[in-house]
Design a protein. Structure first.
Length: 144
């Protein structure tokens, strides 16, 4: 059966979104598995029934698993710390540039009328929010 272009686009879009959702879900689940540490036992008496040899083998396995988990945790922790540092640096640079732009605005526009026109123009261009516009306008008018 021949499908229309619109139908094919919709099906492709649905398939791609499903794949993307599955991929994001899998990544999320892996992160949860790596960061979670949950121990569940089904039977309380299971430890009593094991022999000394099997207990030693289990301890070795658990120790190896624990080391692997700790290694993975340290990797994810360092990644998270690095990510946090980059976010903080980006935030600081944005704040710094905001501060510089405010200083430039004050020196660039001499008269009060020009400053008011400029912030109105910024608001009309959606470069600043309505709240920011009101703050700046109020600040300028309070200087009188």
């Amino acid at each position: 059966k021949t499908l229309t272009l619109k139908d094919v686009k919709n099906r492709i879009h649905q398939n791609l979104t499903m794949q993307k959702q599955k991929q994001v879900y899998d990544v999320w689940m892996n992160q949860l598995k790596n960061s979670a540490f949950i121990e569940v036992t089904l039977f309380e008496d299971a430890a009593k029934n094991t022999s000394l040899v099997s207990r030693g083998i289990e301890k070795e396995k658990n120790n190896a698993k624990f080391k692997r988990k700790m290694k993975l945790r340290s990797k994810t922790d360092s990644r998270q710390r690095d990510l946090q540092k980059t976010w903080e640096e980006m935030y600081k640079s944005v704040e710094k540039s905001k501060g510089n732009s405010k200083i430039d605005e004050d020196s660039e526009f001499g008269s009060l009328e020009q400053k008011l026109k400029h912030i109105k123009q910024l608001r009309d261009q959606n470069r600043i929010s309505k709240q920011e516009y009101q703050k700046r306008k109020e600040k300028l008018l309070n200087r009188l």
